[in-house]
Design a protein around this ligand. Sequence first.
Ligand SMILES: *Cc1c(COP(=O)(O)O)cnc(C)c1O
Length: 386
Amino acid sequence: MPDGQPTIGRSKPIAFIDLDAQRRRLDGRVEAAIQRVVSQGAFILGPEVAALERRLEAFTGAAACVTCASGTDALALALMVKDVGPGEAVLVPSFTFAATAEVVVRQGAVPVFLDVCPDTFTLTPDALDAGVAAARAHGLRPVGVIPVDLFGQPAPYATLGPAAAALGLWVLADAAQSLGATLDGRPVGVLADVTATSFFPSKPLGCYGDGGALLLADAALAGVVRSLRAHGQGAEKYDTVRIGVNSRLDTLQAAILLEKLAIFPDEIVARTAIAARYGRLLGETVPVPVLAAGITSTWAQYTIRCPAATRGQIAARLRAAGVPTGIYYPKPLHRQPAYRGFPVAGGAAPVADRLAGEVLSLPMHAYLDEETQDRIVDAVRAVVGP
Ligand SMILES: *Cc1c(COP(=O)(O)O)cnc(C)c1O
C-alpha cells in the first residue's frame, strides 16, 4: 500500500503502482473478457481457468500449473500435499509477508525464523544449519524450507536446493512477488519442485481481486492439488476422497489474467529498464537494490535503504513532493505479536531487524515515464543529496 495519497500543487499525483495506465494500454480487452465470462456464465472452473493454466505452464516451463484462490492458498495447498503437520518445523525467512509463516501454523506445524542476506534480502544456504538446529532444540522435526523471492528477486535456489536436500528438507518457493523472474536463464516456476505465486492486484502479474497458482515439477501432483482445491473431490463430483478446501481461481480472474499475461513480457522489459534507470540516478545517493549474479528480477518493489533515523523524514518529504512510498516490512515476523513465540534460528535475526528500520519502496510499475521518475529521484536527492 502506498504511504498515503499524494496531492500537491499543480503537478499530477504520482501513482505507487499505476493500474489505470495498464488498463488504458489493454484498451478494452479486459472489459471484453469480463463481458464474455458474464455472458457464458461458467463462473467456477470455466474454460479460461484451464487455458490460463496451460499458458502459465508455457510461460514458466513448469510441468503443471494449478490455479487457486490466492497466493496464500497456493502455499497452504503445497503444505497440504506435503502433509505437513504437528511435531514438524518449516524454516522461513523472518523478513517477509505474514502469509509465508501463517500457512505453516495453520497446518499445525511450527515456523522457525531465519535471518536473510543483507544485500539481496533473501535466504542463503548458510542460514539453514542454524534453522535445523533450532527446530531440533525445540523437539521438532525439520521437514522443509520456504525461501521467499523478495521484491521480485529469486532466492539462490541453485545453492539452496542442494543445501536443503543435504539436510533432508524439501523446498517450497514463495514466488508471490517474482513470477516472470529468472535465475541463470531458468524461469521462476522451475527453480524449485513446488512454487507458489500470487495474482494479488499489486503483484507484478495481478488480477482484479485475489488469485494464486502452484507451479509443479511433478505433473502427477497436479491431480492431487486439483482435488484438494475442490473439497477433496474424486473422479466424480460427489466422490470425496480426501479432506480438501474451497480454493478455486474465479473464471473472471482467469479471463482477466489471460489478457494481462499477453503483455506481461513487455511489462517486465519496461520494469527492468525503469529499475536500471533508478539505479543509475540514485546509486550514488542511497543504497539501491542489489541483484545476485545470474538474476533477472520482476521488480515487485524498488526498495532503497535509508539510515533508520531518517526514514520517516525522507518518507514525509517525498509525500510532500507528491511521491508515495511503501514500507515492506516495518517489522520482521519474529517481532510481530502473533509470531513472537516461535523459534528464531541462532536466537536473533539482526539483518531482518535492521532492514525493517531502513527499507523504503519507491513507485514502481511498467508505465512510470522518465519525467515522473525524475521527479521521484529529485525528491529523494533533495532530502539525502547529492
Ligand atoms: C502477497 C504475498 C503472499 C500472499 O499472496 P496473496 O495472494 O495475497 O494471498 C505470500 N507471500 C509473499 C511473499 C507475498 O508477497
